[in-house]
Design a protein. Sequence first.
Length: 94
Amino acid sequence: MLKEITPKELRKKLSKVQLIDIREPYEVEDGNIKGSINIPMGDFLENLDQLDKSKQIVIYCNTARRSKPVVYMTYKLHNITLYNLKGGYKAFIK
């Protein structure tokens, strides 16, 4: 099951969530959501220990194309519930 959060919903609870940016470092240089941690998609499953399971965890990339499968696979393989940022970083900065 894919759980999503809209940019509007995320803005209301930024201080209460853990944000994970799965874009590549060169993409993050163009900007990110303040307070997010960068774990590139290819390294994500090896870095699950960085997830703060006491908070709602929101995953994002540029447009949500990459983050959706990460959210789905993390739940299927590790039973960890994550939230996909609907529309990704581009939707958040609009």
